[in-house]
Design a protein around this ligand. Structure first.
Ligand code: SAM
Ligand code: SF4
Length: 329
């Protein structure tokens, strides 16, 4: 078992396979894009599989594939297939923007992968365009409908932003009246690739819930799954549910079971740290399996208590300026 210095079991890896993306979400990436990493700087899929195979022997059970947009990476399906054969990995999930995802649904179902989180920040086409800078709402919407029709376990991610998509919160919740979907409203974090920060987050989880209850009346609190980052709720008679993720308020750190690996091989033990060490460099310097595992265990044994401590201890006192596409969310 991988247990950190605060007694938390780490059994979940969030793997960002690329930083490239075909959208330019306001909260994630500037319109001109970011300095995308070169192919040789990416961890190869062989290197990823080696790391995951080693960690699975130590107790890793779940991997989420994310990015950037994971389906933009060449040979992603072959990688997912190999990943599904790694002994010990019980769950593979994917986070995607839904723009090119639909054509992979057959293969994903064959592999038994049915947990997909789609990002959709607005149900209004124009607002979707203004947030993502791309006119792809219909494509994403059709992908969502297709996934529901095929009984995928779908979660929708919506980052809540003042003056951008407040009007979409209620229509998004209403989707759960007929669809068995979980819509998650995420507090906006400062990982926008432009160093844009806010001292005070206006639309925090309290305000989001208040806004929903102002419309629907008191909602039903659901029991949250173990290690959930979302506070989950339901509206009477609805098929689906909704969640609120206090990603900026960071109230869930006490049960955090996650490790992150970036496209260039940085190990992160918290979303808010700026990388503990580079695993790719260690591997390419010829480290053996035992040394790789030891280095990861060392990082886990010095984990920050929470996201605030991690942010206050960023290497070089660097303030947050990275894009979420380089982290994976
Ligand atoms: N491209 C895929 C997508 O958008 O679903 C996967 C990568 S994206 C970085 C993963 C998740 O991070 C998405 O749900 C996105 O909404 C969320 N995200 C990105 N930037 C964020 C920010 N600044 N604050 C909160 N969530 C953010
Ligand atoms: Fe791309 Fe996802 Fe970032 Fe949007 S949130 S720019 S879809 S990586």
């Amino acid at each position: 078992m991988l247990i950190d210095n605060h007694g938390r079991t780490v059994d979940y890896l969030r793997l960002a396979v690329t930083d490239k993306c075909n959208l330019r979400c306001f909260y994630c990436m500037p319109e001109e894009g970011i300095d995308f990493v070169k192919r040789k700087e990416l961890l190869s899929f062989e290197e990823n599989l080696r790391i995951i195979t080693l960690l699975a022997k130590e107790g890793l059970r779940k991997v989420r594939i994310t990015g950037g947009e994971p389906f933009l990476r060449k040979d992603i399906m072959a990688f997912i297939k190999n990943l599904s054969n790694v002994e010990g990995i019980e769950e593979i999930a994917i986070t995607s923007n839904g723009t090119i995802t639909a054509k992979y649904l057959d293969e994903l179902q064959i592999l038994g992968i049915n947990k997909i989180n789609l990002s959709i920040d607005a149900l209004d086409k124009q607002r979707f365009f203004e947030i993502t800078k791309r006119d792809l709402f219909d494509t994403v919407w059709n992908c969502y409908k297709e996934m529901i029709a095929r009984n995928f376990e779908v979660k929708l991610n919506c980052v809540v932003m003042p003056e951008k998509n407040i009007e979409d919160i209620i229509p998004l919740v209403k989707l759960a009246s007929k669809d068995p979907v979980n819509i998650r409203f995420i507090e906006e974090m400062p990982f926008n690739g432009e160093g844009r920060t806010h001292d005070h987050l206006e639309w925090n989880y309290v305000k989001i819930l208040q806004h929903i209850e102002n419309h629907f009346g008191k909602v039903i609190k659901l029991k949250d799954p173990k290690n959930s980052t979302a506070l989950n709720y339901k509206i009477e008679s609805y098929k689906g549910s909704f969640g609120i993720i206090p990603a900026y308020s960071r109230s869930f750190c006490g049960t955090c079971n996650r490790l992150r690996l970036t496209p260039t091989g940085l190990i992160k033990t918290c979303l808010y740290d700026n990388g503990i060490f580079n695993l790719r460099n260690l591997i390419r310097a010829g480290a053996n399996d035992q040394q790789i595992v030891q280095a990861i265990k060392e990082a886990i044994s010095h984990r920050y208590k929470d996201g605030f401590e991690a942010e206050n201890n960023r290497k070089g006192n660097a303030s947050i300026s990275e894009s979420m596409a380089t982290i994976g969310g």
